[in-house]
Design a binder for this molecule. Structure first.
Ligand SMILES: C[S@@+](CC[C@H](N)C(=O)[O-])C[C@H]1O[C@@H](n2cnc3c(N)ncnc32)[C@H](O)[C@@H]1O
Ligand code: SF4
Length: 473
């Protein structure tokens, strides 16, 4: 360990004082909770139903047939306490086979609907759920049809969101070989913690030893490996969090991604943690400790030479970046999603596939695409979207903003940008506006300054009436 517990904790005093000051100034709600803004705007819950013929009406691809591609595999071994992601548990292999049949139909239907033979992929993300919850045979079958419809030959990065349990043992190694054979090259492993008590509380299907074994397997096979952790989860303490992150920095992966526990759901689904919070409130971690954990892990990562790359992802090599996240959130490129509840983030709209198995199967059997809700952004929403996502995740590229909106970013929200600069939260030059290190710490909160009132995550009465209150005009 680079410093002792006492020193790390003492080093988080200033951050906690600063956090309270930002509560007084109205930037952070008085209860201290956050909402993870930054992948969509407006939020998902605002997307109305849409008929297939209208979903793509008037849509122009940025580049014909070129997309970042997402596939949702909605299966997991079991339900983790914290997780709000849409998934299904304890499914039989035969049910997963039926799902794959329909996933193939969906891809065929979509290509026919868009008049394309094959998608040229700018990057790929297999997510879920857990895509490696498929058996090795199913994985091979899936990738065989997937690569019939998506050209991966010149794809610069093929990502997988995976969990440790599925990457160990004979089947785990076989899955990794299959992923490699089909050109998968970057794995994000949900380690969550390296403390067995915390992992048990999370209801994870693995312990710390299995997590480490899975990381070793992936590194040995030459994958780029990103490992994810959650702070502020029941069972964590400042000390055991310090141990976890210190150990994480010594596992040989170049990327470490950190999430603050989100108790409130942020999409359509609600995880078990929400109920847990209501009947075991005494086990929740205080806002103060959660903020200290965030600051402490930033400090440990810095001590080991990691820097924040895209928001919440820390790397030693700054070129190790998720191209998928970069394209979607920073360059605002067209991304299409396949599978149950998958979303598509396109240059002027956002759409989402049905989350209901029966409807998904019915639609795909009937030759339809699976998207049944869509929001075509109006000019104001488009302008906010092209500020919120890049500012939160990387930086606002003024040229890109002008190209997307037809006017300069400097002609809007002048007083809000001036405030961010005055409080040391953002900097600007002739090419870009980006958050400072201090601003990055509060990125989830401060992008709410650019939200329409009706899309704010928390009601006005939960903020002090300070100068940084997101409801200020
Ligand atoms: C799609 S999920 C999980 C991928 C994979 N199934 C796994 O379990 O490792 C992606 C990541 O989101 C994070 N996550 C999920 N729910 C969360 C929550 N409520 N609060 C904070 N982070 C969360 C977890 O770190 C998780 O690994
Ligand atoms: S965290 Fe991963 S394994 Fe756990 S329920 Fe969510 S998607 Fe499934």
């Amino acid at each position: 360990m680079k410093r002792d517990y006492k020193e790390y904790i003492a080093l988080s005093d200033n951050r906690w004082a600063e956090f309270q000051e930002f509560q007084r100034l109205g930037l952070i709600p008085t209860h201290g909770d956050f909402s993870p803004a930054g992948v969509h705007y407006p939020p998902i819950t605002n997307y109305p139903p849409i008929a297939q013929e209208l979903a793509y009406q008037g849509f122009e691809e940025l580049e014909r047939g070129v997309f970042d591609v997402y596939v949702h595999i909605p299966f997991c071994h079991r339900r983790c306490l914290f997780c709000h992601y849409p998934s299904h548990y304890h499914c039989k292999d035969s049910e997963k086979d039926v799902y794959l049949d329909h996933l193939e139909k969906e891809m065929k239907n979509w290509l026919a609907f868009r008049g394309l033979e094959k998608i040229k992929s700018r990057s790929i993300l297999m997510g879920g759920g857990t895509p490696t919850d498929l058996t090795p045979e199913q994985l091979k079958r899936f990738l065989t049809f997937f690569t019939k419809y998506v050209d991966v030959s010149s794809c610069p990065q093929f990502n997988w969101d995976v969990d440790p349990t599925t990457l160990v043992g004979e089947d785990g190694l076989e899955r990794l070989r299959i992923i490699k054979d089909f050109q998968g090259d970057r794995l994000t492993i949900g380690v969550q913690s390296l403390n067995d008590e915390v992992l048990k509380k999370m209801n994870r299907s693995h312990n710390a030893a299995t997590a480490k074994e899975s990381i070793e397997n992936c590194l040995k096979m030459g994958f780029k490996v990103n490992i994810e952790f959650i702070y502020g989860h029941p069972g964590e303490t400042l000390e055991n969090w310090i141990d976890v992150i210190d150990e994480a920095c010594n596992l040989g992966t170049d990327e470490i991604q950190l999430y603050r526990l989100k108790i409130e759901p942020y999409g359509d689904q609600e995880g078990t943690i929400k109920r847990f919070a209501s009947y075991r409130e005494n086990e929740l971690i205080s806002v103060e400790d959660t903020i200290r954990m965030k600051q402490i892990s930033d400090q440990i990562l810095e001590d080991y030479g990691y820097n924040e790359n895209l928001r919440r992802v820390f790397t030693r090599n700054k070129n190790n970046i998720s191209i998928y996240a970069y394209n979607q959130c920073c360059r605002l490129k067209d991304q299409v999603g396949f599978g149950l509840s998958a979303f598509s983030s396109l240059n002027d709209r956002f759409m989402i596939n049905t989350p209901d198995f029966d409807e998904y199967y019915r639609r795909t059997d009937d030759g339809l695409i699976a998207a049944n809700r869509c929001l075509i952004r109006n000019r104001d929403q488009q302008m906010r979207w092209s500020i919120i996502l890049p500012l939160k995740n990387y930086y606002i590229d003024k040229k890109l903003f002008r190209k997307m909106n037809g006017f300069d970013v400097n002609s809007v929200f002048q007083d809000k940008f001036a405030l961010l600069k005055e409080y040391g939260l953002a900097t600007e030059n002739e090419r870009e506006i980006r958050l400072t290190d201090k601003g990055a710490f509060y990125s989830d909160e401060l992008v709410h300054l650019f939200y329409e009132d009706l899309h704010q995550s928390f009601p006005p009465e939960e903020f002090n009436p300070g100068i940084l209150n997101p409801y200020n005009k």
